[in-house]
Design a binder for this molecule. Sequence first.
Ligand code: PEP
Length: 249
Amino acid sequence: MTRRTLIAGNWKMNGSVAALGFFDAVAPVAKEADADILICPPATLLAQAASACTGSEMRVGGQDCHAAVSGAHTGDVSAAMLREAGASHVILGHSERRADHGESDALVRAKAEAALQAGLVPVICVGESREEREAGRAIEVVASQLAASLPENPDRMTLVIAYEPVWAIGTGLTASVEDVAAMHEAIRERLPEPLTTCILYGGSVKPGNAKDLLSLDDVDGALVGGASLKSTDFSAIIEAAGRKSELVR
Ligand code: PEP
């Protein structure tokens, strides 16, 4: 089985009903793309975003879920609720959640298992801080996050990994292609299903750097924050992944 490129947008706590015209704007580019396209809007917009995707090549995902199926967890949403709202994927362990909500690797693993149970594909985020990279510990840190965050039920390992160096998220800084290539190779070596698991790069991916990053062997797509809020920028990143019509048949 070959891996298909995935271009995923993370709207974070941005967007509104008025922003849903984004889907009509991106649909023609998504139709031609040699990639799967995913948008993760805030939970409040998920059902409407899913409707806006109907008949297009795009899918929608959540930005987080609770590890429990239901219960007294005010403000949280379960994986099954995301699924019912139309999600196919859920981002888990994003560095902003690890920092803002103190999420541990163990919690990310529990959420990933809940997502799989609900039929969602978990997009598990890992990445080192600037201090960890400068100390030469980037691969060690990411390897330990992976070991502790991946779900334990290997018979259902449909998942996506997103390598997002924390210092590159929302800063305009991007890891060098050499560092991204080395990290993605190191991640792949540590995956239970190395040949079929998609590994995305995230961290200030923009129209101007997308092609260089996406052309790396072990980079199977991108997780895009800021540049996924503008349909023109996101479309340009999708185009950097190539068109179906460019495929050799
Ligand atoms: C992200 O939020 O996952 C992200 C990579 O953000 P940005 O592209 O803005 O750096």
